[in-house]
Design a protein around this ligand. Sequence first.
Ligand code: ADP
Ligand code: ZN
Length: 764
Amino acid sequence: MIARVSLELALRKEFDYSIPAELAGQIEVGSRVQVPFGSRNLLGVVTALAEESGYARLKPILKVIGAQSLVTPKVLTLARWIGDYYCCAPETALKSVLPEAVRKEDAGWRERLLVRALPANGEFPKLPQRQQAVWQVVEERREILLAELVTLAATTAATVRKLEDRGLVTITSEISERDPYAHEVILASQPLVLNSAQATALEKIKQAMAGGNARSDTTVAGKASTFLLHGVTGSGKTEIYLQAIALALEQGKGAIVLVPEISLTPQTVERFKARFSSGPWQTLVAVLHSHLSAGERHDEWHKIRQGRARIVIGARSAIFAPVEPLGLIIVDEEHEHTYKQEESPRYHARDVAVMRGQMENAVVVLGSATPSLESYFNCKINKFTLLELPERVGNQKMPHVRVVDMRQSVRDGKGPPLFSPQLKEAITQRLERKEQTILFLNRRGYASSLQCPKCGHVCGCPHCSISLTYHRTDPKLCCHICGHVEKVPLVCPNEACKNPAIRFAGTGTQKVEEILGKLFPQATVRRMDADTMKRKDDYRRVLGDFRVGKIDILLGTQMIAKGLHFPNVTLVGIIYADMALHQPDFRAGERTFQLLTQVSGRAGRGDVEGEVFVQAFTPFHPSIQFARRHDFLGFYEQELEFRQQLKYPPFSRVALLTLKGCHEEKVKLSADHVRSVIEAKILGATTPTSGLSPERSGTRILDLTISGPAPAPLLRAENFYRHQIMLRTRSMSALSRELAKMTQSLTLPEDVSLVVDIDPVSLS
Ligand code: ADP
Ligand code: ZN
């Protein structure tokens, strides 16, 4: 027997190895193995088994990692698809389907050594004094952790081993599972009685799940179902997820729930654990996210692989969790951009979810209050099935949204205040009524930049084309792209100016916090952003304090925009609504609409109707006005028209090619070169395809639109200049294939690299 192995090198090539007799029967497709490669030993995954190889003199596999195959054949197929579609080496895709902690063997199970006293056998030996002291502790405790014993008896492991040699104790290793939520007490919850909109939606999902079941019994390859659950904030989407999961468990299948990293709060996780902590469908709920330690991630993953945890809840990469069989995939907040991985493989977890659902015949439910244009459009063309929850549960009204025209307040010549009189008044009222307020500003730090009023000099990052953000506590200037930090200058750094009155421009959350302190000295204010939420527990603690009413005003960045459910919040204030609008991205309008709707959704989730103040300098912008009226359909229709005119998604798919390098001229020339290669080899032929030899022609993409090259909106980042080419087509799979071919034969200067991003969500 031989095994074909994909190594952790992006070689786009697999290698054959022989299976030595002592490993026979232990190796299957998906096993992790260590193999010799050149002078090194490397790790890899077995992708196929065969009787013989076309190569002679194969080297043997050295060892197998883990008792079970780590990548299931289904996940292997999914990884292959990712490699093809997202135009990356299959090895890179394969690597991303296993968490680092599982791939590398070093973070294994945590083993603890346990010392146990053995029953006395014959005459008790006379022990040296030190051993006697240790024995006394063991005898008294009967069973004790080695580490504890060593401390307690002020001894060494070697001394304990001597007792073992004498047959007085045994030392055994036991696996202790790390549970990141071990200290929580979870109260069981029962299914709620659904309202009629919820019941209708769940019924459709159930029918599809039942259908899927029937199909897997017969040989008919059925069309898997994807649903888009469009429900306003607080409409009870989560309850539908929970009841659909119960059905999957009843069918003997498991479920994956994806939520954006940011909303993976203890609150969210608890709702899932509570429902399945007891009752007939009791199961463990595994949690996968980036704040777990390597060991915790290893243990959570194996709980899934062993089938003990049938439900997985996690961020982006949880889509690769080895749930088998898989009945249901839920993608909550499906419009969220954090589902896209911004490094290779640049996959979009929502799209991977839909693909995995099809491959494994699992039902996929995408949920959102503000669906992406792409998903909503997919319902219109009957690719997905639309389910709607147009109202909040319990007839709670949607909050009343007021747009405040901030241009009014600029006219007095002093620059805009942070708080309009209307918002100030509203906050005062809430403080008096002991109700809570959430304030939102999507920029951390104190001021967005430091600018000299005399010569106009702005302190910029030396590595990126962006201004430095001023941070006040522990004063420093900080680049939000590369992390560069420098001291705050006392005078204007422009040699010819040196004006001592250098000023701050723009506003960050730190400054809002300071001004809140002055305006409302009696209020308890907490700030939540990447600067204040550094430790693992910060988030949980602040939200806990907010829930029990210890905090009057919660101020934050997009960290507080979604998923939070606090009945006593009756006011939401958005400090600058237009901030996200002025970005060179065709999705800027969509993003603003989504953000405003999501943030507004935090208000009025209890008995008292909520109120939202949106402060804006472009108050009549359609994104702001549609959000004010809670009019998704209106927004969708006018945005769709704009996308159609410009051939943007969902009317095409985009591939963004970025050339990066330290020398701008070289980057620019390389970008021109890439464009000419695309024109010659991929662009639909404009003249009859007469002279093309078959091997040169490949697949011509007839509807390809090439834009650029042009400098990227953020021209320079981390010392690299960036030029971009945007490609648009409706046949992305074909384009990806052609791009993969092209990148392999392309010759670029040594210090210029090309990044291919399929379906990018950020164009900067
Ligand atoms: P969404 O996920 O759409 O924002 P949630 O699922 O969080 O909404 O529901 C909002 C609130 O309504 C939650 O407190 C939830 O427990 C409650 N809820 C949901 N469905 C029902 C129902 N059928 N009956 C009573 N309460 C419900
Ligand atoms: Zn920088």
